[in-house]
Design a protein around this ligand. Structure first.
Ligand code: CA
Length: 232
């Protein structure tokens, strides 16, 4: 990742905020640091950011609620939550509220940087030149980044799209968790497997909500997932 990215750090802890901000700036990113949810929302109303690092424990507003508000106005922004171990329960809620990923404190800066880079990189899960993949009534169009089921568009977030595209590429075949994490998130993943499961759950929910009969995503316990081919 060589292009400069616009990052927003929302963190009330001075030590962590200073370390994150100076470290990310040293790696060439433009960083805005906000210490409250209120000031973060103000910063977000003025411009878009490529990626938001969001502390869940803020003084003025629950981080999950802030995540929901950011997601509702900035669908294309990557949101990475920063959580304390005691907030593990909030992680799933946060992912469901629209976060793309999370890191548990304490984390090494190198780990955070690797995640940020992985998220900023354009996904390689499905090359844009790839012809649209059809699996039964499901069509995944990599060039348009568009998913339809029986002609009805299903609006997906970036990682949900990438995940479905990766499964569709090997439809009818088991795809391991490791492969999905590597191809959709990063080759050097540090292991937040909840992220994968929550994204699969969201995908299933959105595909089911389109009212037709999309191919199911089968859980292969201890291995991974499989997008089923039509049986007839
Ligand atoms: Ca905090």
């Amino acid at each position: 990742m060589s292009a400069v990215a616009d990052l927003l750090v929302v963190e009330d802890d001075e030590t962590i905020g200073t370390a994150l901000t100076s470290g990310l700036r040293a790696h060439g990113h433009a960083v805005s640091w906000q210490r409250t949810a209120r000031s973060a929302l103000a910063a977000l109303s003025g411009r878009g950011f490529d990626l938001v690092l969001l502390d869940l424990g803020l003084p003025d507003l629950d981080g999950v609620e802030l995540c929901r508000r950011i997601r509702s106005t900035q669908p294309g922004t990557v949101i990475v939550m920063l959580t304390a171990r005691s907030q593990e329960m909030d992680v799933v809620v946060g992912l469901e509220a629209g976060a793309d990923d999370y890191l548990t404190k304490p984390f090494r800066f190198g780990e955070l940087l690797a995640r940020v880079r992985a998220h900023l990189r354009r996904s390689a899960a499905l090359p844009p030149s790839q012809a649209a993949l059809a699996v039964g009534e499901l069509v995944v169009d990599g060039a348009a980044r568009r998913v339809t089921v029986s002609g009805t568009e299903v609006v997906l977030r970036t990682k949900e799209f990438d995940l479905l595209a990766r499964l569709a590429l090997d439809a009818g075949t088991a795809v391991s968790r490791e492969t999905l994490m590597a191809d959709v998130w990063d080759a050097h993943w540090f292991g937040s497997t909840k992220t994968l499961d929550v994204h699969v759950a969201a995908l299933r929910r959105k595909l089911a909500a389109c009212g037709t009969s999309p191919p199911p995503i089968t859980t292969l316990r201890g291995h991974g997932y499989r997008l089923e081919l039509p049986t007839d």
